[in-house]
Design a protein around this ligand. Structure first.
Ligand code: SAM
Length: 389
């Protein structure tokens, strides 16, 4: 097919160029084969002509995510979507060389039209293609339009152009394989899917984000954490005696750990253990608490600051907390336990059996300040006990 630029003056946009009119758009959409209900991701959407057309094809049960770093283009696209009655377009300002604001495994087609040549692909390819892989459904496709690598009277200089072979060489390193290559005249459209071969996955090996899926939720009467974490450090609620009284009550009060019903069978055999280790996410720790590296243990300013990893502080980079509890009863997917100090609503990350002998019993050393704290706690506990009796 020869290169004939179909763009007339009417189709020029003030917020960036569009490749929409460089070829017959229906030829492109014929190749994309969008269906009602599809999720379409338009990376570097520019004026959004493709997004608007896609929104009509995927209908109200589908979604179009239109992302571009150009703020004005996104504002205009939102207005355009309203004026044509497209309610299924989510247009966001976003630099596509970083994390994409799209959930995992929901996208049917990730579309990138005449954008890649303008990026420094060598610098951004890993993040970009790993992010695309993350958001694509297992059978999703990546569709890329690029300018042919030939001298043309318009468009990017030849040195910036990327040939289909170069593109394929890059994207296949991230676990994709080519499914089609179409001639659009001035441009080409190349499509990829996940590689069927089980190749080493550079995305899996280098990903910085770990996705945790809660396995359940904790339900009890503890409304607030007894140690409050903030940007300036830890603060105990009330005085130590007060706080310990509350903790002490958790040794008698029942917490219900409700395990996700979709994980049926995961608890089978658990009743044979008396004690369990509960790992949960301290969801009440504010973001600024996660950047603390040193704290006064238990918020006690009379004890010098210690590195967070030397303490059981809830404020830590990943607020994963661990408590050994006594299993009182299991009713289906609900574990009724005592001794759990987690706040009501805490997401449960994992459960393991407590096997005393797994842990060293001899030659265990703890710092002097920790020993002192333990002794104080012991004294307060026995005072409370004798007051109750
Ligand atoms: C030539 S236009 C193509 C627009 C649209 N895809 C089309 O074909 O009609 C390239 C677009 O990519 C956007 N873009 C370039 N680099 C980007 C980045 N790192 N993050 C988000 N958008 C980017 C630009 O703002 C511009 O709107």
């Amino acid at each position: 097919m020869t290169c004939k630029h179909q763009c007339d003056g009417k189709n020029r946009h003030k917020n960036g160029k569009s490749s929409f009119w460089m070829q017959d758009p229906e030829l492109v959409f014929g190749e994309l084969n969008l269906k009602e209900g599809d999720y379409f991701l338009d990376l570097g959407c520019g004026p959004g002509d493709y997004s608007i057309r896609a929104s009509q094809l995927v209908g109200n049960s589908g979604i179009v995510y239109a992302l571009d770093r150009n703020h004005d283009a996104i504002v205009d696209l939102r207005d355009k979507a309203v004026s044509v009655g497209s309610k299924n377009i989510k247009a966001e300002v976003c630099d596509i060389s970083g994390p994409l604001p799209v959930k995992d495994s929901i996208v049917d087609i990730c579309f990138i039209s005449t954008v890649l040549h303008s990026l420094n692909l060598a610098d951004v390819e890993k993040t970009l293609f790993c992010e695309i892989k993350r958001v694509l459904k297992p059978d999703g496709r990546v569709a890329i339009i690029e300018c042919k690598k030939e001298v043309q009277p318009f468009g990017p200089p030849i040195g910036m152009r990327i040939s289909p072979e170069e593109l394929e060489g890059t994207i296949t390193q991230y676990g994709f394989e080519r499914i089609s290559l179409s001639d659009l005249g001035c441009n080409y459209l190349i499509q990829f899917k996940r590689a069927s071969e089980n190749l080493p996955d550079p995305c899996g090996q280098t990903s910085c984000d770990i996705v945790l899926r809660p396995v359940g939720i904790i339900k009890n009467k503890i409304e607030k954490p007894f140690l409050v974490a903030g940007g300036s450090g830890l603060k105990i609620q009330g005085d130590l005696e007060d706080a310990l009284g509350k903790i002490d009550r958790t040794s008698e009060e029942i917490s219900n750990i409700i395990i996700d019903e979709g994980l049926a069978g995961i608890l089978d055999g658990i009743e044979e253990y008396s004690h369990l280790i509960i790992l949960y996410w301290a969801h009440k720790v504010p973001e600024e608490g996660r950047s603390l590296t040193k704290v006064h243990p238990m918020g006690r300013e009379d004890i010098p600051q210690r590195g967070v990893f030397c303490t059981c502080s809830p404020a830590r980079p990943n607020p994963v907390l661990m408590t050994v509890v006594r299993l009182q009863e299991r009713k289906g997917n609900v574990l009724m336990v005592t001794g759990l100090d987690a706040v009501d609503g805490s997401p449960v990350i994992d459960i393991k059996p407590y096997v005393k002998d797994f842990y060293p019993q001899e030659g265990v050393h703890i710092p002097e300040w920790m020993q002192r704290l333990q002794e104080e706690v012991g004294k307060i506990k026995s005072r409370r006990k004798s007051n109750i009796n």
